[in-house]
Structures are given as C-alpha cells and as structure tokens.
Write a protein that binds this ligand. Structure first.
Ligand code: GTP
Ligand code: MG
Ligand code: NA
Length: 248
C-alpha cells in the first residue's frame, strides 16, 4: 500500500463502560438504527462492529461548523458489553482499538465495569474520550430543554449545561463567564441601580446595591438573615412598616 500521510486507514474505536450506560443506544443514535431494543434483556452479549464512512461523519458534524477536513476514510466503531460477565470481550475490544469512548451514565457515576474498562485502557495506554450520557433526556422528561452551553443559541428558552468539577475547577471559568454574560445581556433592567432602599450607615457614606455588608445595631439577634431591609422615612408610618417586615 501507499505509505503516506495522505493515505490513512480508518481508526478503530471501541465503546466501553458499565452495563446500561447507553453504549449501544449511542451507536443506534449515530447509525439511526434500533439495535438496543432488540437485544435480549437490553443487554449486549457480543462484540459488534459498525463502519462509519467519512461522508457520514462529515454530514453528522456539519452543525459544529468546524469544517472538518477528514483525512481518514471513516471510523470503525466496536460496541462491547458492559455486563460484568464479559470481561474477556471488553479485553478483546480494547486490545483491537486505536482509540476508545468510555461511556459514563452521569446519574450513576463511575461503576465497577467503568473502572475495569478504564484499567484495560490504561494498561494498553489507549487514549479515550469520556461520553457523559443520559443527562439531557432526563431533563426532557422534566419538561426542560437543555443544550450544551457552547451550542445554546436561545438561552432562556433552552437551559445551558456546563460540565464542571468542583474538585479540579474544570468548567468553572466557563460557568462564571456564562453567568456574567447572560445577566448583563438579558437582565439589564434588573441590574440598573434604583433609588429605593438605599441606606446610609455608620461607616459607609453609600452602599451600592447587591453588596454584602455587615450591619451593626441593637436587637439584631432577633433578625433573620435574608429578610428585607426597610428604611423608615419621616412620612412613613412605623407600624405599617413593622407589619410589612413581619410578613417578609
Ligand atoms: P450493555 O451493552 O448491556 O452494557 O448496555 P449499554 O451500555 O449498551 O446500554 P444500552 O444502550 O443498552 O442502554 C441502557 C438503557 O439506557 C436503555 O434502556 C436505554 O434506552 C437507556 N439510555 C441510553 N442512553 C440514554 C440517554 O441518553 N437517556 C436516557 N434517558 N436513557 C438512555
Ligand atoms: Mg450495549
Ligand atoms: Na444494556
């Protein structure tokens, strides 16, 4: 064969993960097939291979506008079972592939066969991509439309999903930027300063809205954090205001 960078073979990609994380369903979704529902007990019991030609992939990735210049002729994807009794098949699958998809059911996290798959991939130093599955439809079941944040063009109608880690800090910059951009773009009215309920206190000449401040006063041990602050002006009825405060 012509050994050059311009003449590549199709990479082999193995799908691995714990039972019922949605490996076969993902393939069905890509293929436009319904293999999963035909499986006995919904359990994959063998290795299955599907070939995706480059034109298929180009079509399917159009919306990303990445204008993918595909150098490979396609992608051969191998489905593996996640059930614990099929370690041998997972081992074989992971031995065949150039790259892998590790599917994680986001509602269940990392389970024993996820870890087993991970160890098989690590052992062979196989590079892989993690697919976080199931989150979007569960929101749909609750009547919410969600979309990954960088694809969401109608924020408000559709809720944005930002994958984060509160341990490593991954995704936090994205989350913060999104909060700031979204509020300053769509909540301008709400965010404008208003004259009502501004106080002047001992150590501060002026406090702008939405700042945390410490209030020093008598009897504060009876106040509940988060309740409204009322300013009694010279024309106000103290009893009326007391009543409003108690209702809060
Ligand atoms: P094994 O091959 O047996 O390990 O399972 P699998 O990882 O191939 O999972 P499968 O495709 O059989 O899906 C398991 C169940 O999860 C099925 O009932 C699917 O319909 C369901 N499922 C898969 N993906 C999703 C998803 O994105 N959202 C929801 N709500 N359900 C899903
Ligand atoms: Mg399966
Ligand atoms: Na299954």
């Amino acid at each position: 064969p012509n050994q050059s960078e311009a003449n590549l073979r199709s990479p082999i990609c193995c799908i691995m993960g714990h039972v019922d994380t949605g490996k076969t369903k993902l393939l069905d979704c890509i293929r436009g097939t319904n293999v999963q529902e035909g499986e006995a007990g919904g359990i994959t019991q063998q290795i299955g291979a599907t070939y995706f030609p480059a034109e298929n992939i180009r079509e399917r990735t159009k919306e990303l506008k990445a204008d993918a210049k595909l150098k490979v002729p396609g992608l051969l994807v191998i489905d593996t079972p996640g059930h614990e009794s099929f370690t041998n098949l997972r081992s074989r699958g992971s031995g065949l592939c150039d790259i892998a998809i590790l599917v994680v059911d986001i509602m269940h996290g990392l389970k024993p066969q996820t870890i087993e798959s991970l160890n098989l991939l690590k052992m062979r130093n196989t590079k892989f991509i993690v697919a976080l599955n199931k989150i979007i439809t569960q929101f749909k079941e609750q009547g919410l439309n969600t979309e990954l944040y960088y694809k969401n063009k109608e924020m408000g109608e559709t809720f944005s999903i930002v994958p984060t880690s509160a341990i490593s800090g991954e995704g936090i910059p994205d989350l913060l930027l999104l909060l700031v951009q979204w509020t300053q773009k769509t909540m301008v009215d709400k965010l404008m300063y208003r004259n009502e309920v501004q106080g002047t206190y001992l150590h501060h000449k002026e406090i702008k809205a939405a700042q945390g401040i410490k209030i020093t006063a008598q009897g504060l041990e009876h106040a509940i954090a988060g309740t409204s602050l009322y300013v009694v002006g010279s024309h106000d009825d103290l009893e009326d205001i007391k009543e409003s405060a108690m209702e809060d």
